[in-house]
Design a protein around this ligand. Structure first.
Ligand SMILES: *Cc1c(COP(=O)(O)O)cnc(C)c1O
Length: 368
């Protein structure tokens, strides 16, 4: 049996007719940038988060970048990020000239450890970017408490957390300005690149809107030095349809995860994902850990099962961040995760047979 890491076909099939119809409408309308579809999607995505504003942008990295830029965060400033995040979170900090300050995650949840934030704060600290990694909500109450105490700006990186909640409140609604990505493989994915910002703050929303469109609200009148980072009508129209499936699809991912959690407990030295109290998990990724990671991945590969490592090298050891002067051993939790983590296939429409085959094959590996 073959089990791909992700297969879009089963979920795409569920909205194929509607997608074709909406693409026809956009095609015929002849208005392709910042039109009705983007406006409607922005309202619907804001409503999903119970926030006042959503600003569609070109991708998740731009969403993060804009969130920092509109706050005037710049050279000499420091921004706290988890040491085990995807590189995009860190790049957004570099783009505004600020310095990323890495804080280790909780080794059980893999999310930024609220207890370690305070010791990383200096007079130069301006912001914190919690990342809802793999789809689990960060412990936002504790994070917001530290941030408020030190008057720090919070930008949630919600690229992997669409629909997750902490204490009954959606991720993407805690920070002052929050960023997400609709890269195709995210839980809410476009059919190309796309991203968004969510916020409750009218002034900051306005600044984001202006920043994404050449620094201009009124055409040809430029208030600030802006970017061109807009969500287009085609992607917005498709995202409006897919948003209606998001809760159902997240529930389906959760069911798959529950099977993995049941089947794989007490298997070899596998460490299964743990969800914090009051947090929900939307299983953007289902990540296990084992000391035999490379051998297991190779074994699964020979049995037709595709897995991925998220992520093999933590940001502080990436070549592009050599100038920051970090070395191996500086962030041991992030390094340990990078050496032991393995993401198993999980996608909407994954069959019971496929799930069972993955579980059985993993058990076989550890029995030999
Ligand atoms: C995907 C992702 C991003 C970047 O999104 P793009 O749309 O690819 O730019 C940022 N942060 C995290 C955690 C992500 O997973």
């Amino acid at each position: 049996m073959k089990v791909p890491f992700v297969d879009f076909t089963p979920s795409n099939t569920q909205f194929r007719e509607r997608a074709i119809k909406t693409l026809e409408q956009v095609f015929d309308k002849g208005w392709y940038i910042l039109g009705e579809q983007v406006q409607q999607f922005e309202q619907e995505y804001a409503a999903f988060h119970k926030v006042k504003h959503c600003i569609g942008v070109a991708n998740g990295l731009d969403a993060l970048h804009i969130a920092l830029r509109i706050k005037g965060i710049t050279k000499g400033d420091e921004v706290i990020v988890p040491s085990n995040t995807y590189i995009a979170t860190v790049l957004s900090i570099s783009f505004v000239g600020a310095k990323p300050i890495f804080v280790e995650p909780n080794p059980d949840t893999y999310n930024l450890d609220p207890n370690r934030i305070e010791q990383a704060i200096t007079p130069n600290t301006k912001a914190i970017i919690p990342v809802h990694l793999y789809g689990q909500a960060c412990e936002m109450d504790a994070i917001m408490q530290v941030a408020n105490k030190h008057n720090l700006y919070v930008v949630e990186d919600n690229a992997q957390g669409q629909g997750a909640m902490y204490n009954g409140k959606k991720t993407g609604s805690f920070g002052q300005v929050n960023a997400t990505s609709f890269y195709p493989s995210k839980n809410l994915g476009a059919l190309g690149d796309a991203g968004a910002i969510t916020t409750d703050n009218d002034t900051l929303a306005y600044k984001c809107r202006v920043m994404r469109n050449y620094g201009s609200q009124k055409r040809y009148y430029n208030e600030v030095i802006g970017l061109n980072s807009r969500l287009d009508e085609v992607q917005a129209a498709l995202l409006r349809i897919k948003l209606q499936f998001l809760d159902k699809w997240n529930a389906e991912r959760n069911q798959i995860a529950q099977i993995y959690l049941n089947e794989l407990k007490n298997t070899g030295d596998i460490i299964l994902p743990i969800t914090a109290e009051k947090a929900t998990h939307i299983y953007h990724l289902f990540v296990i850990r084992t000391k035999h990671r490379d051998a297991l991945q190779e074994y699964l590969h020979t049995k037709g099962i595709q897995t991925v490592i998220h992520y093999p090298i933590p940001p502080h050891l990436q070549e592009c961040y050599q100038h920051l002067g970090y070395k191996k051993g500086d962030f041991p939790i992030a390094e340990e995760l990078a050496d032991t983590c393995l993401s198993l296939p999980i996608f909407v429409g994954m069959t019971q047979n496929q799930i069972q085959y993955v579980c059985d094959t993993i058990k076989n590996f550890f029995q030999n």
